[in-house]
Each structure stands twice: as structure tokens, then as C-alpha cells.
Design a binder for this molecule. Sequence first.
Ligand code: HEC
Ligand code: HEC
Length: 222
Amino acid sequence: MKLGIVGTARSRALSVAALLAAATFATGCDPAEARVHTGDTLFSNNCAPCHGAQGEGLAVAKAPAIGGLPEWYVKHQVEGFRQGLRGTHFDDIQGMRMRPMALTLVNDEEVAKVSAYVAKLPPANPATELQGGNAEAGAGYYGTCAACHGTDGMGNEALGAPPLVGASDWYLRDQLEKFQSGVRGAHPKDARGAQMAPMAKTLPDGQAIKDVLAHVATLGKR
Ligand code: HEC
Ligand code: HEC
């Protein structure tokens, strides 16, 4: 592995595996039972190294704040990474870091547990970082977005659209660029990504992305 941060996560996962193996040996339990983890344990071992102990995100790892995202959205994304609908495009460096982490969850039950745990963490509502966005111009662009993400930016489960408020603006910008270039949302089985990708293309340039995100920042917190 080239990426140091992946190495860290992996060596932690390995040391946990070693501990479990030792515990199993000592108590004589069935090894299959040793794999029954709570959402808390799964999150601390497999997710917190990048997303932070409270899911507050870690900018240097380009890992977004995920605490308090709706359970249905977290589950859908983790499943998407596992199935290769997201995080398999050759230019998706961050997605390719995330995908093997989603694959550390061994079954649907673990995906469900960790998704429920993430949803209960407090939203981090990170501070804005992007400079030079014009919120007024952004409000104009946001008219299109509101149809799915809501005028309040809180998302819409029925449409599969996640909340945009309470996310890091740099992460949202990166995602909009990925949707525009086909790095995200272009997999033939990614139905929701396919709905979002043409919407990202309604933003003509980098300034428009900053503008719309400046407007999202005025919508408040989660
Ligand atoms: C090696 C670091 C790393 C680890 C460990 C990791 N992630 Fe991620 N995760 C990322 C990165 C980087 C992204 C951003 C991907 C992108 O830019 O498309 C991400 C994205 C996500 C997203 C998408 C958020 C959104 O708004 O669409 C979810 C959900 C997520 N991770 C959940 C998890 C869960 C659950 C775990 C533990 C099983 C986990 N991650 C472990 C690095 C990591
Ligand atoms: C037709 C409905 C629809 C419209 C309109 C729409 N989106 Fe989306 N958007 C979605 C869906 C669905 C997803 C989730 C895609 C997935 O599951 O991977 C999404 C995801 C996103 C994401 C990724 C969030 C994350 O946490 O990774 C961003 C950023 C985003 N939309 C911004 C926008 C902006 C800005 C606009 C307006 C220019 C917009 N969307 C318009 C449906 C829509």
C-alpha cells in the first residue's frame, strides 16, 4: 500500500484481528463468534482512523465528516463502495481509499450496524473553508438543486438525495467535480449517481461551484 493512512488503518485492523485470535485461543470460543462486533467496535476499528472518533472527518485524509448523516444514505454509500459502484474509477484516489475499508465489513449485518452507529453520531457541521463564493449568485443555481436536496438543504430520502448542509465545503466541491468529470456517478449500475451527474453539469465552472456552496453555507446547520 502506497498510502500511509491506509497502512495505519490496516495495521490497526490486523492488530485487532490478532487480539481476537488470541482471545479466542485463550477462552476456546468458536472463532465465528469472535467476529460478532457492535456498531461501536466496527466504527472505532475500521472507520475512526480516517473519519475521526465522532465521525467529524479528517481533512488531511480527505475523509469527510459523516457523523449524523442519515442511516439510509450511509448504508447506500457503503454498499455502493462494496459493490464497486463508487470508488472504482481509476482517477478516484479518495474513493479507492474508501472502498477497501467498506470491504472490511464482512456482511450486510455489519453494514447495517455501522450505518446505524454513524447516523447516531453528532453532526460535526465543519466550518467553511472555500473562499470567493458569491452566495447570491449561488442561490440562483441552487434552484435546480432544491428540487431534490430541499430548499433547506436537508435532503430527501425518497429521492435518495443526501443533506448538503453540515458537510465540509471542500468535500462537496470535490464530489461536484467528480460528478462533472464522470469519476463518480458514471457506473452503469449507479442509478442515484446517474440522477446527480447531469445536475452537477448545470454548474458551468469552478466559480459556479463555489457560489452554490456559498449559498448552501447560508442554509444553516444539521
Ligand atoms: C483509509 C481511510 C478511510 C477509512 C478507514 C474509512 N473511510 Fe470512509 N471515506 C474515506 C474517504 C477518503 C472518503 C471520500 C471518498 C470520496 O472523496 O469520494 C470516504 C467516504 C465515505 C462515505 C461517503 C460520505 C458521503 O457523504 O457520501 C461514507 C458513508 C464512509 N466513507 C463511511 C465509512 C465507514 C462506515 C467506514 C468504516 C467501515 C469508513 N468510511 C472507513 C476514507 C476512509
Ligand atoms: C434529480 C435530483 C437531484 C438534483 C436536482 C440534484 N441532486 Fe445532488 N444528489 C442527488 C442524489 C440522488 C445524490 C446521491 C448520489 C449517490 O447516492 O451517490 C446526490 C448527491 C449530491 C452530492 C454528494 C453528497 C455527498 O455527501 O457525497 C452533492 C455535493 C450534490 N448532490 C450537490 C448537488 C447540487 C449542488 C445540485 C444542484 C446543482 C444538486 N446536487 C442537484 C440528487 C440530485
